[in-house]
Design a protein around this ligand. Structure first.
Ligand code: ZN
Length: 77
């Protein structure tokens, strides 16, 4: 079912606020970094949420479905 929200890191994130999604897991070498190995999902207003791989893939799928991805092409007017 298409929803305008996806769940990332226990947050309901509106798909229309997502600017980009990282293709590679974060690595900065900082020992205190809590985001190591997670995928950055960039939002408007200089915000980011951090997803694991499954969440990242779900977000990409949700964005495609929301934007009318290839599987919805038949229904495009
Ligand atoms: Zn880091």
């Amino acid at each position: 079912m298409a929803s305008v929200f996806c769940i990332v890191d226990d947050k309901h994130v509106p798909l229309y606020r997502i600017l980009w999604v990282s293709d590679l897991p974060h690595f900065c070498g900082n020992e205190d970094c809590a985001c190591e190995g997670r995928y950055e999902i960039r939002l408007e207003m200089d915000e980011s949420v951090w997803a694991n791989r499954e969440e990242r893939d779900e977000v990409l799928g949700a964005l495609e479905a929301w934007a009318g991805g290839p599987e919805n092409e038949d229904h495009w007017p």
